[in-house]
Structure formats: C-alpha cells, structure tokens
Write a protein that binds this ligand. Structure first.
Ligand SMILES: *Cc1c(COP(=O)(O)O)cnc(C)c1O
Length: 807
C-alpha cells in the first residue's frame, strides 16, 4: 500500500515533531514520540481510510457496549507491513521501536471476553475485506485499575486519557448527533396517521471519535466509532425548539452539564450489582440512538431507498446491551421516515441480528417499566406496541397463558431485553455448540420451538494475528519455517504441522521457544513482583474475570491440597509448578473479592515457606488485561478452563492458549467441547461433571456439599483451611467462602468436582515428566487450533447472517 521508504518516513516524522511540539527529536519523551508516530501512521493511511469508508458494499455495523482493543501500534505496523521500515527509520534517529510499543497505553474499555471478542471481530472483518464497523462508547474512565493492598483488591480510576486524547483517534465534531432523553411525547392524528411529537426532552450531544481498524496486508481500513457525551452546542440549530432550556440559570446549566457528561463517564462491570442501573440504561440508549441515527443519516446521503435498508445494511448487537437498536430503528423509520408500522417492522427484523452471550439468569438484562417510560417515553411506547402485537400473535397460536407470559417482552413490571432481541431480529446465535444447544433446549426453548429457523451457532474465535503472530513471534516464525506462510491468511493450514508431531528436532525447537517465553515472563514477574519463578517449572495459568462460576476457588483449593501433601511428605513426587492467576473482580461482587484475598493469602504463605523448596509458587498478577495476556499466554504450559459445566458460554482464552501450545485442563464446557473434538482424548485433560449432570442437579436437586465435606478427608482439609487460621491474615473472607460452599451448598459444584480435578492435575504432573510427549501434544494442539481463528467465525457470520443471499 504504502509507497514510502525509510527516508520519507524520517522526513515525515521530523516535520510532525516540529509542527506539533516545536521541538527536536532529542528533546521528546516516549509519549511524545508515540504521538508523533501514530500521527504519521494516520497520515499515511488517511487516503485508504476514506476510500474504505466510501465503499459501496453491504455494510455491517457491530454495536457493543465494550471494545477491549489492547495496544494498537505493533498490530498496525504488522497489518500495514511497514514494521521494518519504521523500526530502521526510528533506529537511525536514535529511537527504539520496542520502547514505543511498550510505552503505549492499553485502553480498558471492556471487562473481559465479550469486549475482547468485539475487538477480535473488528480485526477479522477488516482483514477479510468486509466493510464492518464498530459502534461503542468513549468512556472517560475504563474498567478500574486493580491494585492489591494487603492482598485485597483496591480499585483505582483508570485514567487512560491522561493527555486528553487517545493517539489513534480522530474526533469528528461536524458529525455530532443529538440524542433525546425524558420529556413528553404527544401523539397527534394528522392525515389519518399518528404523528409523535417529543417535547421538553433533554438533548445530549454525541461526538464521534474514530479509530482506524487496519486489515491484514489488504489495504482495507474500517472504523471503530466511539461516542462521547457532551452538552449540546447552543448554536446547534433549530431542533432545540422542542428541547428543554437548560441554560436558564447557572445552577441549571451545571446540572445539565453533569447530566450529559455522566453518560460516557465510566464503564460498568456488567456482572456486578445493579447500582447505577438508570445510568447504565442511559448509556445503552445513548450508544444505540447515536449509532442508529448516524447509520441512517449516512444511508440517506447515499440516495438508496429506505425500503431497501436491510439489503444494504446489517446491524449486529453484541449481547443485549444494544437491544434498543430495535425500537430505535422503528422510531426512526416510523416517526422520521414516515413508514407504516408493518414496513418498519419488516425492515427492522431483517436488518438486525443478535448474539446471546450467557445463560446465567442474573446476567439477563431487565428494565423496570417505570424507568424506561420516564427516561425514553417514545421508545417505551414502541416496545409496548411491539409486545402487544407479539402477544396477540402468540395468543393465536397457543392456548397457554403461562407460556405466553413467559415469552412476552413486558412482564412483572419489567422489560426483558433478551425477549425483545429474539422477537425483533432475524437471527439469534449462541457462541459455542454446547451453549447454542442449551439455548435451544433449555433457556430459550419456547422461543426456539416457536421460530426454530432463527437460531444458530457461531463458535467464537480469536484474532490469531494478535494472539500468535504479534505476541509469539518466535512460534510464528517456526510455523512459517515448517509450513510456509499461508496459515497467516488461512489458519486451517496449521493442520500441516501435525506431520511433525514425532519429529524430535521440531519438538525441541518448540520446547526452546516455550522456554524462552517462560524466561521472559519470569523476568517480568521478578521485576514487577519481586517473586522468583523457575522457567523449568510447569506454568499453570488461569487468567479471566473473577467469578464463582469460573472457579478460581477450585484451582486454589487444589494448590492447598498439594501444599499439604508436600508438608506431610517432603518427598512427595511432584514436578515444580508455578500457578499464575490474573483476574479483576467486579467492585460490587463480594464473594469474588474474598476469593482474591484468599488466593493472595495462600500465595503469601506458600511462596515464603522454605520447607517445600520452591516446588510451588503462586503469582497473582495485578490489573489483568490484554497486554498482560499477551506476555502470559505464550509462556503457559497448562490452560485452566475449569468452569462449572453449562456456565461458560464459550470462553476465548481457551483458544488463545491452545494456539500458543498450552495443554488444556478443562471441564466439557463452552468451546472446550470443540477443542476436545479437534484434538481428541489423547491431547487434552478433562474432568468434572457433564452438562447433563449439572442440569439434573439444578432441576431435581440431590447434591449435598456437606456430605462430601464430611466424607472426604482431602476436601475437609482444604475447606477447613478457610476458617482455621492455617492461612494467616484471612479475615472474614475465609468464612464467607466457607459459607458459600457449606452453608449455601456450593452452587458451582466446586467440591463435587474436587477429587476429579486432583486426578486430572496428577495426569498433568505425570505427562510433564515425559517432556517430548508433552511437546508433541503441544504441537498437535497448535496444529488443530485453526478453526478458532475469528476469521473463521466472521466468515460464518458473513455467510449465514449478514450477507445471506447477497455475497
Ligand atoms: C481473552 C480475554 C478474556 C476472556 O477470557 P475467558 O477465559 O475466555 O473468560 C478476558 N480478558 C482478556 C484481557 C482477554 O484477552
């Protein structure tokens, strides 16, 4: 793409430095150098970026309340294929590219898997020449920064916009959009049609900030557009005539300023309590309305017929947070485009598709009617009418009052977002085979029976460019040496690696790469945490949000078990192990925070006990996020995917680990099932309850944690550690965890799976002694990880959901 060379780059760089900072390169700090570099890169892509934006293909818009992008510099250079030119050019100016790569901030505009999936999808859409763009919010504060103080999680505001701006963004104030809240809606009959007048609303300005999403060496550049909320510009034109005047007094103006700016102020952990519920609803509508108006404005400029919207545009909603896309599109089509209800409904359904991400009841979004009515009066009217027609339709089909109540969108004073999504879209997909199966057979069974053709599976994937090519360059080079570089654009080619599974030379190279990644992580941990870990030990890693269903507790109880075994018998046969954790707990999630304190306390005791001769080390890294994942995953030997079966919809870290050659230790949950299908019995270590067993317990009961505790001395030993003072500095936290297991009967079957988990961990130990066999399994895992590229996932979305019958 880029017809520029080292000389030209240096010239551009120097000129930028003078024009932006009016200083010499020698005087600049890393932050400034990075700003200049990103600015030069934006200049060189600008022409292509505009071209891609003006392309006339069918366009996809991906709405997500989170985008967990990670650092962009390295990935942008790789995708533009200018890494070497830039590196050399910088070097000649005395600047280290690696320093700049590491100086870049990591925007935490997401919690975990859901936000990271959105980021991987953007990467894949651009790389597959799909005109697919993201819509999200430009939170002033992302997910909190986590610190440990005395073993407790402490949350510090994530002030990622220290410079006031983000190096990759371009603000477009000329494309601002007004979103309307509150006020009153009057329906007036005009020419036999009801016309809606929205009066006295509170206007909030949505300012777009665009981030380029650069495809992999294909000259294709899409956009992630993030909206920031601001007070309306007083000169914004005539639309303010119906808006409430908020500039009456100084106090009014201040209140109004707070009201607007609060909306994009900070990201909520989605799985915490529901404090700030109203604000969250404001955020969701703000994102949806700004994005939807933006899409329609652009569409109309292109002079296409509004009746053809679904032929030219696909809108995807990532979980239920952007559900209001459905009534918002109805509002625009009816109130602004003057279409009939039936026309608008047909277009809306055919345009919108929805991904479900969880079956956990407490994570299903519901909004009180009163809240919706007051905040979004017109949207509420439309939801009510969608529901009225839907229920009427159900009444014609079924004579079952209870069933209809369960399926209706509005019930028990609440609006169910999942139900609205299913009714108002043409496609509902789960994110792994088992999860989709559970949606069909259990959670959404009645909807499935009603409209089976809507339901489908799209197993998640990960951007292999970021998660192998960028974060594990040595492995990437080895693969290319062995099978050529076709795998970079078609990961199914990785299968070719399997022919080396008995080749000692190759396995030894693989081993050396793993070792050097482990060494790199050991150096990092030594520097950051002052803990020395042994690169020859097994690196056993669990990194993901902290949640009871993910069962970090099971992991740490097993560590305690090993510790007891070692104390009782110093010759206990075990390979040295380093357990690595990384996890944030939602600020309002008490049990999760207790578990963090527990792990840290266990780590502190074990790491400082000389009796066990460093056989076990436990490291809990602070502030887990994308950048940490990028150095931990390439170094992992064991990938802990130990959720309570049925609870993890897919998981994606399981795929990242697999592609980097870690061996999966897993329950048959989420996409672990598909990993198992890819590699077979010999190349994965499984344990725990099957989905059917968990479903049976949930339906019919029959599980007693107390009985297990009383009958199994290993279980009793580690559970008692929670409350008997064996672990120093445990306050009330141990008791709370104990109660969750014993008093409240262990909702997540930690104790039920404990023995089985110990056995599985023992298999890990035995296997690691046969290092060549281990490496062979590692290679087989890499070879069969091809289907977990998000390129495969996105191709399926494109073919079966977005471009069905188009491409
Ligand atoms: C991939 C990823 C996740 C998702 O991890 P799971 O184990 O699938 O829950 C969460 N956070 C970050 C930073 C990730 O990169």
């Amino acid at each position: 793409m880029v017809t520029f060379n080292k000389k030209k780059f240096k010239q551009l760089f120097e000129n930028k430095m003078y024009s932006i900072y009016a200083q010499s390169i020698e005087e600049a700090n890393n932050e400034q150098l990075l700003t200049i570099l990103s600015s030069v890169i934006k200049d060189i892509i600008s022409k292509k970026w505009i071209e891609t934006r003006l392309s006339c293909e069918k366009e996809v818009y991906y709405f997500s309340i989170e985008f967990l992008m990670g650092r962009q510099l390295k990935s942008n250079l790789l995708n533009l294929d200018i890494q070497k030119t830039i590196k050399d050019g910088l070097q000649e100016m005395g600047i280290s590219l690696d320093d700049l790569i590491n100086a870049e901030g990591d925007p935490a505009l997401g919690n975990g898997g859901l936000g990271r999936l959105a980021a991987c999808f953007l990467d894949s859409m651009a790389s597959l020449n799909i005109s697919g763009h993201g819509y999200g919010l430009r939170y002033k504060y992302g997910l909190f920064e986590q610190k440990f103080v005395n073993g407790y999680q402490v949350e510090v505001p994530d002030n990622w916009l220290t410079q006031g701006s983000y190096i990759w963004e371009t603000v477009r104030p000329n494309k601002a959009i007004v979103v309307k809240f509150e006020g009153k809606v009057y329906l007036v009959e005009e020419n036999n049609k009801l016309k809606a007048y929205h009066k006295n609303y509170i206007p909030v300005m949505a300012i777009p900030y665009d981030i380029p999403i650069i495809g992999y060496q294909n000259e294709y550049i899409n956009t992630l557009r993030l909206f920031k909320s601001e007070v309306i510009n007083r000169d914004f034109g005539p639309l303010t005539s119906n808006a409430k005047n908020h500039f009456g007094s100084y106090e009014e103006a201040l209140k109004y300023k707070y009201y607007t700016e609060e909306i994009s102020q900070s990201l909520y952990p989605n799985d915490s309590n529901y404090a700030g519920k109203l604000l969250r609803l404001k955020q969701e509508y703000f994102l949806v309305s700004a994005g939807m108006q933006d899409i329609i404005r652009k569409y109309k400029k292109s002079k296409l017929n509004i009746l053809d919207l679904s032929k030219n545009i696909a809108i995807h909603i990532n979980d239920t947070h952007p559900t209001l896309c459905i009534p918002e599109l109805m509002r625009i089509l009816i109130d602004e485009e003057q279409l009939s209800w039936d026309e608008a409904w047909c277009i809306t359904k055919n345009t919108i598709s929805y991904t479900n991400h969880t079956i956990m009841a407490e994570a299903m979004e519901k909004w009180p009617i009163d809240m919706m009515k007051k905040l979004l009066p017109r949207i509420y009217m439309i939801i009510e009418e969608i529901n009225r027609r839907y229920v009427q339709n159900l009444n014609n089909k079924y004579n079952d009052h209870e069933k209809i109540k369960r399926m209706s969108i509005i019930n028990h004073e609440n609006i169910s977002m999942a139900n609205l999504c299913i009714v108002g879209s043409h496609s509902v997909n789960g994110v792994a085979a088992l999860h989709t199966d559970l949606l069909k057979k259990e959670v959404l069974n009645e909807f499935y029976d009603d409209e089976p053709e809507k339901f489908n599976n799209k197993t998640n994937g990960i951007a292999h460019r970021r998660w192998v090519m960028n974060c594990n360059e040595d492995l990437s080079d080895l693969i290319t040496d062995l099978i050529g570089d076709k795998w970079k654009k078609d990961t199914l080619q990785l299968k070719e690696l399997e022919k080396y599974k008995n080749n000692s030379q190759v396995l030894s190279k693989l081993n050396n790469i793993k070792y050097s990644n482990k060494k790199r992580l050991a150096d990092f941990i030594s520097k950051e945490y002052n803990i020395e870990i042994n690169p020859n030990s097994i690196y056993d890693v669990q990194i993901k949000r902290l949640h009871a269903y993910k069962r970090q507790l099971l992991n740490v109880l097993h560590i305690l078990h090993l510790y007891h075994e070692l104390l009782e018998n110093p010759n206990f046969d075990m390979e040295p192990r380093t357990f690595i954790f990384g996890a944030k707990a939602a600020p309002g999630y008490d049990l999760a925070k207790c578990i963090i304190k527990f792990i840290n306390s266990v780590a502190n005791k074990i790491n400082n006990d000389e009796k066990i001769e460093n056989k076990i080390k436990v490291v809990f890294v602070e502030n887990y996020g994308v950048s940490l994942a990028e150095i931990i995953i390439p170094a992992a030997d064991v990938s802990e995917q130990i959720s309570t079966t049925t609870k993890e919809a897919s998981g994606t870290s399981n795929m990242k680990f697999m592609m980097n050659g870690a061996i999966t230790l897993a329950t048959l949950d989420g996409a672990n099932v598909e990993i198992y299908e890819q590699v077979g019995d010999e190349n994965i270590i499984l344990f725990g309850l099957k989905a059917s067993q968990v479903l049976n317990y949930n339906k019919y009961g029959g599980y007693s944690a107390l009985d297990l505790y009383n009958s199994n001395r290993y279980i009793k030993r580690v559970v008692d550690d929670l409350i008997n003072g064996f672990i120093p500095n445990m306050g009330n936290e141990g008791r709370k965890i104990y109660d969750s297991l014993i008093t409240y009967n262990d909702e997540y079957f930690v104790l039920r799976d404990f023995e089985n988990y110990i056995e599985a961990q023992y298999k890990v130990n035995e296997l690691y002694k046969q290092k060549e066999k281990w490496n062979s399994i590692s290679l087989v895992n890499i070879a069969n990880s091809g289907m977990f590229s998000s390129d495969r996932t996105i191709s399926e979305y494109a073919k079966y959901i977005w471009f069905k019958g188009v491409r």
